[in-house]
Write a protein that binds this ligand. Sequence first.
Ligand code: CA2
Length: 162
Amino acid sequence: MSAPKILILNGPNLNLLGTREPTVYGQQTLQDVESLCREEAARHGLDVEFVQSNHEGDLIDALHRARLEAAGVVFNPGAYTHTSIALADAVSGIELPVVEVHISNVHAREAFRHHSFISPVAAAVFIGAGVNGYRLGIAQLAHLFEAAGAAGRPAGADERDA
Ligand code: CA2
């Protein structure tokens, strides 16, 4: 049987990681993030699809594809976190565990970054751990899959019911 696949999805401007604002986002590039995600996923026996888009509709399409192709999602929605009801609807609509990740501590930044439309529909949230947040997100998905598997339930089901 092939390894379960997870989607690592990155929103607008994250393609610029490592090129500017190193004090906020660190020095690692998106390519480095992809490598660390592949390494962490392999430790848990998971395959990775890695996607970045600057377009809200493309992010929604990627989430819809994940519903059919993936067991869970690690999602950094970038600035759409703070604005997009459409992305929140997509996250809740696909009925997969979606872990929200932010590299920076958004709560230590401007007030407009304190609200997330995604957090209420996320399976977990990792904020301010730098790019290590992606590792934490993948490990949390692996934990949810294990818990759901042990209970003989689909991975998207709520762990509290396990
Ligand atoms: O901290 C995060 O991961 C964010 O999701 C990053 C978003 C920001 O709008 C959110 O409030 C928090 C911005 C991503 C932009 O990334 C850049 C990286 C390097 C240079 C410029 C932008």
